[in-house]
Design a protein around this ligand. Structure first.
Ligand code: DAH
Length: 341
């Protein structure tokens, strides 16, 4: 029994020298010091010995047991070190720190701002919660005029002193035309990028929250030719290639004459797809010569000055630029979409 105890101790010392991780160390502990471990097996046999042997072997067994415990505590630290050392692979790539990035709409908005600043346009910002007056009336859309139906509006549940609902989520960036005229007078060159809202049923080309860029240029002798030149300059700056455009007559109460610009669909290149409503053309903007009533609302004399205005959907432009076929991706918050930019 004495020999057996000595042998167990030697075994433990050897096994600990070879152990390479805390898992192995735990296994060894169970094997030798556990309830049914080697040391306890001997302890149990002591009961059947003579009194003299009991004393002698008992003492030795206790001594060996505490030696083994001491061995384990010595090796625990060493075994842990072995684990980390043996698994350290210095060639593994480091952990990447995720950094944020711009939304595709912000990227394009900033490009547009740069383009228009280089043409001498101011960049203005306007309120998203807009008065009924600036959103409609100042733009030659009186109350109860059927043109109000052109834009599905989110009215704010708030009445003014006269008991009328007078606040809306702006349906377009055009209200800034009159605000800018009132503030800066003529001559004037500005663009207004911003978020607008429509009470729309959403699909691949309609969203309730979208982005527009309004443009306004007022001076003496401004004509539609200036408008077309500025739009063409913007498109070639944006897409770095010749873009097909077409101009159609369009009705907007705040311009006269009013036109609509379409551009050739860059998602399908004329093959017809859902983003161009299967027509090969994408409506890019409404535009026209600023209506005399709007100039007057802005405090500018229509007999002296004329101007053009345009309002463009930034979302559409981004869809064309990156070949995105569903407008709902922009507000969807899906990282698989967003991380591509
Ligand atoms: N505000 C119009 C809309 O959202 C777009 C528009 C049309 C803006 C003609 C203009 C314009 O400045 O001249 O539908």
């Amino acid at each position: 029994m004495k020999n057996k105890l000595e042998k167990i101790k030697q075994e433990v010392v050897r096994a600990l020298q070879q152990a390479i991780g805390s898992a192995q160390l735990d296994d060894l502990k169970v094997k030798y010091l556990g309830r049914r471990g080697e040391v306890n097996k001997i302890m149990k046999q002591i009961a059947s010995l003579t009194e003299k042997e009991k004393k002698e072997i008992g003492q030795l067994a206790n001594q060996i047991k505490s030696d083994i415990v001491a061995e384990f505590s010595k090796y625990k630290h060493v075994a842990n070190e072995k684990t980390s050392n043996s698994f350290l692979d210095v060639t593994l790539p480091g952990e990447k720190i995720e950094s944020g990035h711009l939304h595709p709409i912000t990227i394009v908005r900033q490009e547009l701002e740069d383009l228009f600043s280089s043409l001498g346009f101011m960049i203005l910002d306007g309120p998203e919660l807009e008065s009924d007056y600036y959103n409609f009336e100042a733009l030659n859309i009186p109350k109860h005029h059927p043109a109000r139906d052109m834009q599905d509006t989110f009215y704010i549940d708030h009445k003014n002193a006269a008991g009328e609902f007078d606040l809306v989520l702006r349906t377009h960036t055009s209200p800034m035309q009159v605000r800018a005229m009132q503030k800066y007078g003529a001559p004037l060159r500005c663009v207004v990028p911003g978020r607008v809202f429509r009470n729309e049923a959403t699909d691949a080309c309609h969203e309730h929250t979208l982005y527009q860029l309004e443009g306004l240029m007022i001076d003496k002798n401004i004509s539609i030719a200036n408008l077309i030149a500025v739009v063409k300059e913007m498109l070639s700056g944006m897409f770095k290639q010749e873009i097909k455009t077409r101009v159609r007559p369009g009705y907007f109460p705040f311009v006269e004459p009013g036109i609509e610009f379409d551009m050739g669909c860059l998602v399908c290149h004329g093959q017809k797809c859902p983003s161009c409503k299967h027509s090969g053309w994408v409506e890019m903007m409404g535009a026209g010569m600023v209506h005399p009533n709007v100039l007057k609302a802005g405090g500018i004399d229509p007999n002296v000055y004329s101007g053009f205005a345009f309002g463009m959907g930034i979302d559409r432009l981004v869809m064309m630029k990156y070949g995105i076929n569903d407008i709902r991706h922009f507000e969807g918050g899906d990282l698989r979409f967003l991380q591509q930019f």
